[in-house]
Design a protein around this ligand. Structure first.
Ligand code: ADP
Length: 168
């Protein structure tokens, strides 16, 4: 069965089949991890995103990785945290499920996720990291050809949240 690894670092440097981008509905680039991915991939990434016509919250779309070491970028749009009663939990789970579904469709074996919605979108970290870990675990346990899933921690708070979830 595929495994989950919690790692520190910059997702744009990883040599994996796909990295996941915490994008916005317009898929036009932005701040945070989205900006870092677009800068590292080069302007061809934006050119590939424009014809996709945006992406709904909880959905995912795929492009090549261009100048990135990763072959593909899977763009998913996490929910903005609005207090928890606006469907945030199921939308965030959907981001992970839909990204993994695309990875299966493209027969990818390794994929790296940032902590979607845990930056400016303000999702509580423990809850978001729990949703990420459980959704990915369920997917791998259900039978998957994915061999390795990285959960990339850009700061110590995210790392601690994932470690608590993984130990539970
Ligand atoms: P969102 O809008 O979904 O909240 P952000 O980009 O603001 O997206 O943050 C998502 C997560 O990505 C945050 O945990 C942030 O610390 C992390 N992050 C930012 N830059 C990088 C990077 N280069 N590699 C990995 N994770 C990153």
């Amino acid at each position: 069965m595929g495994s989950i690894e919690i790692i520190d670092g910059d997702i744009t440097t990883l040599e994996v089949d796909a990295i996941v981008n915490a994008a916005n509905n317009g898929l036009r680039g932005g701040g945070g991890v989205d900006g870092a991915i677009h800068r590292a991939a080069g302007p061809e990434l934006l050119a590939a995103c424009v014809p996709l016509g945006g992406c709904a919250t909880g959905a995912a779309k795929i492009t090549p990785g261009f100048k990135l070491p990763a072959r593909y970028v899977i763009h998913t749009v996490g929910p903005i945290w609005r207090g928890g009663s606006a469907g945030e939990t199921s939308l965030l789970a959907s981001c992970y499920r839909e990204s993994l579904r695309l990875a299966e469709e493209y027969e990818l074996r390794s994929i790296a996720f940032p902590a979607v919605s845990c930056g400016v979108y303000g999702f509580p970290l423990d809850q978001a990291c729990g949703i990420a870990y459980q959704t990915i675990s369920q997917h791998l346990e259900a039978g998957s050809r994915i061999e390795l899933v990285y959960l990339v921690c850009f700061n110590q708070q995210i790392r601690s949240a994932y470690e608590r979830v993984a130990a539970a």
